[in-house]
Design a protein around this ligand. Structure first.
Ligand code: SF4
Length: 283
């Protein structure tokens, strides 16, 4: 059994910076994060073990610390202002690439385009971007394009974790609508996500017949890495850690590829790698 680790995988700079900020000793026992700082269960547990409190966005009234932190996924200005109005000191861990997405969406709106965000309407990053616009539409598939009827000038941005081919397919479909006269597209898919997706292409070119994808179940970019493998008809399993591995997956397989989403810590990747080696009898 051959085991290959993807050339690019695991924690990106945006996630690492957010974790480092939250784990600053100055914040010990006096910081509350609104929402999951990153979509990864091990990181969430590590933060809690370091005295960081985490509340969901609908539990803001339960916050007892003065300091609150916005997650790497960002939030709308209205959300930040609401927190300040409630008397909190707001620390912002929004990733610079998410800030860029916010800026470009606002730029398109200022230029007179109707803003369209390609992504998942319920995702916290998309909600933050839409919350900063006067009006906008979220498009996730071809069916959603109908809601753009009547808008002749359309400005498009993408959730940072989308697959480029999915975004380009939807941009092309929007351009083809008979009522659309002008489309301006700003590519806001983040570079670390692209690199992790490209690394899957390399694994596929090496003929893996099993993919192990590590990351939180609610991590959008991890789910997309799994899709990239399974869309090619290759068995792929999305796991959160070594305990989720199942020995039966490896029976009759020749080459396993391992990858991880942008919020998966290195120690979790190493633990999964070690367990895979153990399961296939390499230790
Ligand atoms: S995945 Fe990209 S946008 Fe999201 S935190 Fe990491 S670098 Fe930033």
């Amino acid at each position: 059994m051959k085991i290959t680790l993807a050339q690019a995988m695991g924690t990106c700079f945006g996630v690492q910076d957010a974790i480092d900020m939250a784990l600053d000793p100055a914040f010990k026992d006096r910081l509350t994060i609104v929402g999951q700082l990153v979509h990864n269960p091990q990181t969430t547990e590590r933060l809690k073990a370091n005295g960081v409190r985490i509340v969901e966005r609908d539990q803001i009234d339960n916050i007892t610390t003065e300091a609150v932190m916005i997650t790497a996924h960002g939030a709308s200005d209205a959300t930040k202002e609401m927190l300040r109005q409630k008397g909190f000191t707001v620390f912002d861990a929004t990733c610079p690439l998410v800030i860029r997405l916010h800026k470009l969406a606002r730029f398109l709106e200022r230029e007179g385009y109707f803003p369209v965000v390609i992504g998942e309407a319920s995702h916290v990053e998309v909600r933050g971007v839409v919350g900063n616009l006067r009006a906008a539409a979220v498009v996730h598939d071809e069916e959603d394009i109908k809601q753009l009827q009547g808008h002749a000038r359309i400005g498009i941005v993408s959730q940072t974790t989308n697959r480029p081919e999915m975004v380009s397919r939807l941009v092309t479909a929007i351009r083809a609508q008979p009522w659309v006269e002008d489309v301006r597209f700003c590519d806001t898919i983040c570079q670390p996500v692209k690199e992790r997706q490209q690394a899957i292409g390399m694994l596929l070119s090496e003929d893996i017949d099993l993919g192990i994808v590590i990351g939180g179940m609610n991590s959008a970019n991890t789910r997309k890495l799994q899709e990239l493998i399974s869309d090619r008809g290759i068995e792929a399993h999305h796991i959160e850690g070594p305990d989720n591995l199942d020995a039966t997956w490896f029976a009759g397989k020749h080459h396993v590829g391992i990858t991880a989403g942008t919020s998966t810590p290195q120690d979790v990747i190493e633990a999964v790698h070690a367990k895979v080696r153990q399961l296939v009898g390499q230790v």
